[in-house]
Design a protein around this ligand. Sequence first.
Ligand SMILES: Cc1ncc(COP(=O)(O)O)c(C=O)c1O
Length: 400
Amino acid sequence: MADAAGAQGMLFDRLQEQQSDSLLQLIALANADPRVEKIDVGVGVYRDAAGNTPILRAVKKAEAILHETQETKSYLGSQGDARFVELIKPIVFGEAGAGDERIVGVQTPGGCGALRLGAELIEAADPDARIFVGQPTWPNHMPLIECAGVEMVKHPYYDPAGKRILFDEMMDALQGARAGDLILLHGCCHNPTGADLSLDQWKAVAELVSSRGLIPFVDIAYQGLGNGFEADAEGTRLVVEAAEQALIAQSCDKNFGVYRERTGSLFVKGTSAANAKVILGNLLGLARTMWSMPPDHGAAVARIILDTPELRADWEAEVKEMCARIRSLRRRLAAYDERLAYIGDQNGMFSMLPLSVEAVEGLRESHGIYMASSGRFNVVGLSDESVDRFAAAVVEKMDG
Ligand SMILES: Cc1ncc(COP(=O)(O)O)c(C=O)c1O
């Protein structure tokens, strides 16, 4: 026994050390900084004017209702909370899409679970499938999709120095896609850039998808926080309608503020209602091998809110307030200096500053400003008081 272990080495001795997540490192550094005037725009959560990430009013009330009324914690099954999925469907697809029997959905552990389950479905259906992914993208996209074995093809999306979407370059690259290839698209509030496709650009993508037989895989994690629920879903609805098949990874973690409850869903559009049933069966089978069943609490809370008119109205009002705060911070930054003007035209919590890694480090050392080394920062991490200080420090760095 001992000899065998010696020859083979101990199992876990074979593991390679992993680099810890750079954003988590950044959070630790920011927490350890004793300067009271420090500014943490690294972590990607909503913050109110006081710098807190609040539990939404409707969520608190729904949790109380759940506490009072829930009678069992027995298993729900791999699909999760079916009513939750039914209520999310029209929010993402509109009333017309909600009735489309070719679109099936399951509850997932957050948007990450939805992306991973989608990737597993793609790999199960076609091991040779490829997915086109614009650069830069949310750093988790690549590992989440790649670990299912799906080949990734990178293409240009945004030029941080030029502060613009590289749409022509993206469309040129997509000309290389074959029928059956997938395209990963951010439904709204692009992370990390904040730069969303215009409606005309979405239309062009929809036409390409339809004429070339491509399959959109839309990640919509911030619906409601860009320009409102309807406007934020317009692009997604266009491409899903144009495509014969599509995947949509949805998250409630931001727009219900239930990040740690891991609440989301994956919808898949098949070629027919019968095909959609087969897809659903496959989704359930794949979910079973990963998490068996999704966690219940966040979806149950979202379901109660969406099913209770007063709570739903209050939730919509609070998301509107959050959205308005993000937009007002964007306007303040844009008005501060011409070089920040582009931030006013973007959407959601994130934007990217055209700064070198050294400049980002310099801001951390001299001003206690914490942002990702890519120059991505969380707009809504700023307060009414810190926004001008932040803008002044950034512009000073841009001046060199
Ligand atoms: C673009 C994007 N997609 C998906 C997710 C995943 O969200 P969740 O926390 O629901 O897994 C995030 C979270 O930051 C995100 O930024």
